[in-house]
Every structure is written in C-alpha cells, then in structure tokens.
Design a protein around this ligand. Structure first.
Ligand SMILES: *Cc1c(COP(=O)(O)O)cnc(C)c1O
Length: 392
C-alpha cells in the first residue's frame, strides 16, 4: 500500500519491500504495470474541462512513475519526490528548482565532475554566482555566506577522493539564512544515509547506480523536504521532464533488493580492502567506513552502512604507466565509468580540473574500485595477479 498514514512505523527493509506498491489497485498483481503512454482519455467533458481525474497526460505522470515517486518519498521521509532521466539530470533540476538570477550557490569542491560542469557552464548564463568550498568546512560555511546565498550543495563522501562532510552542521548554518541544502547521496543510497533527517532539503540519487543496481538503465531521483517541494514540483512540470516507464520500472524492481545487495557489496568491499591494505605496493585506501579514514567519525555518526565504491593509492614512485598497466592486467574488474551494478569495476582516478579550492593529492597514482557481488576471493586473486604482473 502506498499510503503510510495508517501504518505503524516500519523499518527500512520493510519499506523497501512495500513502498509505492498497491497491488489491489492493479487486480492484485504484486507490481505496478509498466504504463506506456502519452494520451489519457476522459469519459466526458464534465470530467475533462475541470481536469477531474488523477491522470491528464502522461508527461505529468502515470501509475508507474507515481509508484517510484511514492516509494522514494516514503523511503527518504520526504514531502514529495521526482524521477529524473539520469542522476545528472536530477542534480541539474534540483539546483534549478532553488536558485534564481542574482543568487549565489555554494558547491563542495569534491562534487561529481559533471555537477561542476553543469554549475560552471550553465548557471553563470542565468546570472547565478557559483562558488566552491572545502568539503571539510562544517559550520564555518557561514563565513562564506553572502546576502545572495540561497543554496548549498553537498556530496558525501566526495567524488573520487571520498572526503566526508558534516552535513547536519552545514544544514543548520544554511537554514539560518533560509538557504536550501542539497545533497548528492548516491554513494550511500537512501538506505545507508537519510539526508532529510540530517537537515537536507533536496536529496539526490543517481538511481543509475544502486537503485537500478544492474547496469541496465539510467535514472535520477530527487526527494524534497516540505520547504523545497513546491519549487521542485513547479520546475519539474515547467521543464516537461519525464522518465521512461521501462526504466522507471527497473528502478522500482531494483529498490526491492537494495538492502540485500548493499549488504553484500559492503561485506565484499571490506574483504577486498582488508587484503589491499596489507599490500606494500598500496599506500592509502579511501573509504570512510575504515577506522583509518579521516572521515570515519562523521561516517559512523551519520551513515548506517557503506557501499562498494572506494579508491586506493599506489605507493610513492609508482608511475602513471604502471598504474595503467595494472588496470589493463585486471580480468574480472571491468574498465568502465558508472558503478552500482552487480559487477566489479575499476578506473584510473583523474582529478584534472576537478578541484579549485582544495589541493588534490599530488603525484599519486590512484584507482577507484567498485566492488561487485562476485566472490571476494576471486576479486582478490584478480587484484593480486594484476599487481604481480605489473610490478614483477
Ligand atoms: C554517476 C553519478 C552521478 C550521475 O548519475 P548519471 O545517472 O550517470 O547521470 C551523480 N552523482 C554521483 C555521485 C555519481 O556517481
């Protein structure tokens, strides 16, 4: 059932199994139908003229998209949610829903690269001033506030370098000047971090990653707090946004198994990192769930789990060529962008142009891994043979 009012509070796993579903509305079938549609018919003009039915035109939603929106709203504890056709689209829409000409937006220096690209190339055209801040700023963000500051964009852990942020402290400061707080929460998924509970107003997921979970569709989700919902709803309608029903269905299907998949991603990642951390050729691991990570305390305080995305640095003296040769020697790990599917992936970390106010690690060869659902012993064997082959 999709209405949450009459039910006792449910645990997260129960919500993942039931949120957004109303089988009796669809002849008892467990899942909602995939509604392929544009036109919606009305029985008569008496219904049509005053707009007196739930659905008017598929661009404005259909039972499939509403099902995923309802599920996200419930899982994130939001006032309302929208589905975007990619994670980046969700980020762009969320930002545009809360800034206007003349405004100033603060964005974490460790934001996902395409988020920066959007902010740097699109927002200035609308006279929106973009400024980046150190992700570790916490409550001191208030020193950067101007009269025109209306939005603060966060992402934790940071893209490629995994810095944690003190989200509650940032949200508290931002709300004192009535600014909207956005968070790209893709790494943890709504299962392991609940941004709205930490004061975030617009919680963003690249649904492409863990919600879809199988590397076969692209989606984004935006869950809004009461104060941000109206703006999001208005912008979404005005922009003519619509996510394709087949992809939305894959998102709904992925949600049902999010918890069991993430639990295994987390366990496998721990096993792989335990091994990697003992390798003399590896100097540092970036993953906030590790006790040794500088962001560990914040992770422990605000997150209830960790996903399968992490990075490591090769020991000093490793050349770019060696780092790339290592990647080429991997057999089980695929070389590919994106992540969140069932399979393990690796990419070389390239921070060129991606940091403007914090100093990125210098002269370090770093690899980002996504640890999938394979047996971790096989993943370790693959990493081991690639290390041996490269550094023999
Ligand atoms: C992948 C990703 C996105 C963008 O999602 P797409 O669906 O690929 O557009 C946004 N933020 C983070 C942190 C991501 O990893």
């Amino acid at each position: 059932m999709s209405s949450s009012d009459s039910r006792p509070a449910q645990k997260a796993d129960t919500k993942l199994a039931h949120a957004g579903r109303d089988p009796l509305a669809f002849h008892g079938f467990v899942n909602p139908p995939v509604v392929h549609a544009s036109t919606v018919l009305y029985p008569d003009t008496a219904t049509m003229v005053p707009g007196g039915q739930t659905y008017s035109y598929a661009r404005r939603g259909n039972p499939t998209t509403n099902s995923l929106e309802d599920a996200i709203t419930e899982i994130e504890g939001a006032a309302g949610s929208k589905i975007a056709n990619s994670g980046l689209n969700a980020i762009a829409l969320a930002i545009l829903s809360c800034v206007k000409s003349g405004d100033h937006i603060l964005i974490t220096d460790t934001a996902y690269g395409p988020t920066r690209h959007f902010a740097d190339t699109v927002l200035p055209n609308f006279n929106i001033d973009v400024e980046y801040y150190d992700p570790k700023i916490g409550a001191r963000i208030k020193d950067m506030f101007r009269e025109e500051t209306t939005a603060v964009f966060t992402e934790a852990p940071g893209s490629l370098t995994f810095e944690m942020q003190d989200i509650p402290a940032i949200a508290l400061a931002a709300h004192e000047i009535d600014a909207t707080v956005l968070m790209d929460n893709t790494w943890a998924s709504p299962l392991y971090c609940q941004p709205l509970a930490h004061g975030v107003d617009l919680s963003i997921q690249a649904g492409t990653k863990y919600i879809v979970g199988h590397s076969d569709a692209m989606l984004g989700t935006i869950a809004a707090s009461e104060r941000a919902w109206k703006g999001l709803d208005r912008l979404y309608g005005a922009m003519g946004c619509h996510a394709a029903p087949d992809d939305v269905y894959l998102g709904l299907r992925g949600l049902r198994t999010l918890s069991v998949r993430l639990e295994r991603h987390q366990r496998n990642t721990r096993a792989v990192l335990d091994w990697l951390s003992q390798q003399p050729l590896i100097s540092r691991i970036r993953y906030p769930a590790l006790e040794s990570d500088p962001g560990h305390a914040l992770w422990k305080r605000d997150f209830s789990g960790a996903s399968g995305l992490c990075a490591f640095e090769f020991a000093d003296g490793t050349s770019r060529e060696q780092s790339l040769a290592f990647l080429d020697a991997l057999r089980l790990f695929g070389l590919g962008y994106s992540w969140g599917g069932f399979e393990s992936l690796a990419i070389p970390v390239n921070l060129n142009g991606m940091r403007t106010v914090t100093a990125p690690p210098q002269d370090v060869q770093s690899v980002r891994l996504h640890i999938g659902l394979e047996d971790p012993e096989d993943l370790i064997k693959d990493l081991d043979q690639a290390l041996n082959k490269t550094f023999a």
